[in-house]
Design a binder for this molecule. Structure first.
Ligand code: SF4
Length: 396
């Protein structure tokens, strides 16, 4: 059903897949017909592997989460859609046709552009123009070097050829609400009369309110906005620097008063890192206690930050994992979906092992990175994360 178009115009199987194991990632979509990408030997074999319940190498991130007890997002989505007639027909066609599919993908993901106004600590120069200006503070920590120059943005023309087949369009970033190319593609879908039958979804840092973007998405069949908020107040301001929490709260009010947006659903998707994990209960409590109806009807989903490895929350010391478990279980969740997903996430953290076997090497990298962020953006991690004793030097 799905294909993901990365920066640099190459196609891959989804936004989480490890592209070191994906053969079609070498296929530039500008130079290849969609048929070559969609029915490449790699894609055909991948379909057969999935039908035979084998785990493809590229899917190791989801597979390892599943082993730790979390819900496998792709499998869960597949299982909930299994009655979908189109999906069943596709499975049957691939099974009988050596993996080949004549129907094109109807769900496309697209890294529209790296244009972004933030420098989130969990992101990188690869995905954000703001990060590109500060790349030097990453080079010394995790080997980002000048050879890993950020890729070019996707040519808007190369994505347009997919539009007639798309039912669900997912636009990632950068920050898609301010990306010229993302707005151009939405306008194109409207002008050629595709929008009214299409669902769109976005990841947004929710620091920008762009009336043009609001106007465009109001013309689609439905819209999911995934709000990237990793914590409440000062926590989010530090990890999503230089965002301001007051602006985010103000944006909730603006959306609430926007009459055109009955087709929009908001979901908070928190990227859980070593910095934010212990503060997640505050995010849930803020959501639960908010006076703003738009906020307190918004679901929260949690996603582990895998890279860079020193930010992975699996590194959290064992006594803090126990405290995390206890505090999270005391929370009130919004609905059955959120309860299932959150309990499953707590299991993943409880069962996880540190990514770094050498505790002191991990700590040295983490502290160095934290210091770099503090100094570059004039922040005070000691004050913001006063409870994270391990983060601060001279506290061993
Ligand atoms: S908002 Fe998104 S693209 Fe921009 S820096 Fe943050 S994570 Fe990266």
């Amino acid at each position: 059903m799905h294909l993901y178009i990365r920066h640099k115009e190459f196609a891959t199987i989804c936004c989480v897949a490890d592209n070191d194991f994906v053969d079609i990632s070498k296929l530039d979509i500008d130079d290849h017909h969609m048929e070559e990408v969609w029915n490449s030997p790699y894609m055909k074999n991948l379909r057969l592997q999935l039908i035979n319940n084998e785990a493809p190498d590229a899917c190791h991130v989801c597979a390892s989460q599943e082993k730790l007890g979390n819900i496998h997002v792709v499998k869960a989505g597949f299982n909930s859609n299994i009655k979908d007639r189109d999906l069943l027909l596709r499975v049957r066609e691939a099974k009988n046709n050596n993996g080949e599919l004549n129907k094109f993908p109807k769900n496309i993901g697209w890294d529209a552009s790296k244009t972004c106004n933030l420098n989130c600590v969990i992101c990188s120069p690869y995905n954000s123009t703001m990060w590109q200006r500060n790349a030097d503070i990453r080079y010394e920590i995790d080997g980002y070097n000048k050879k890993n120059a950020p890729p070019k943005d996707t040519n808007i023309e190369s994505i347009r050829k997919f539009v007639p087949y798309i039912k669900d369009l997912y636009i990632a970033g950068g920050e898609p609400t301010i990306s010229v190319d993302s707005l151009k593609l939405l306008q194109y879908c409207i002008d050629y009369d595709y929008a009214k039958n299409m669902s769109v979804s976005f990841n947004t840092n929710f620091t920008c309110y762009n009336p043009k973007f609001v106007e465009l998405i109001s013309q689609f069949k439905s819209c999911h906005l995934n709000l990237s908020l990793d914590g409440h107040g000062a926590i989010n301001e530090w990890v999503r620097v230089p965002s301001k929490w007051a602006v985010i709260e103000d944006n909730f009010n603006k959306w609430k008063n926007e009459p055109k947006l009955s087709n929009v659903q908001l979901i908070i998707t928190a990227a859980v890192s070593i910095y934010s994990i212990m503060y997640l209960p505050r995010l849930f409590n803020w959501r639960n206690n908010s006076d703003n109806t738009l906020v307190n009807s918004t679901c929260i989903t949690l996603n582990t930050v895998y890279g860079p490895g020193f930010l992975n929350p699996y590194n959290l010391p064992k006594d803090l994992k126990d405290e995390f478990n206890k505090n999270m279980l005391e929370l009130k969740f919004l609905n059955l979906f959120e309860t299932r997903k959150t309990l499953s996430y707590i299991k993943e953290i409880n069962n996880s092992s540190p990514v770094y076997k050498d505790y002191y090497l991990w700590l040295a990298k983490l502290r160095r990175y934290t210091k770099n962020i503090d100094e570059r953006f004039n922040l005070d991690s000691k004050k913001t994360f006063s409870e994270l004793i391990f983060l601060h030097e001279n506290n061993d």
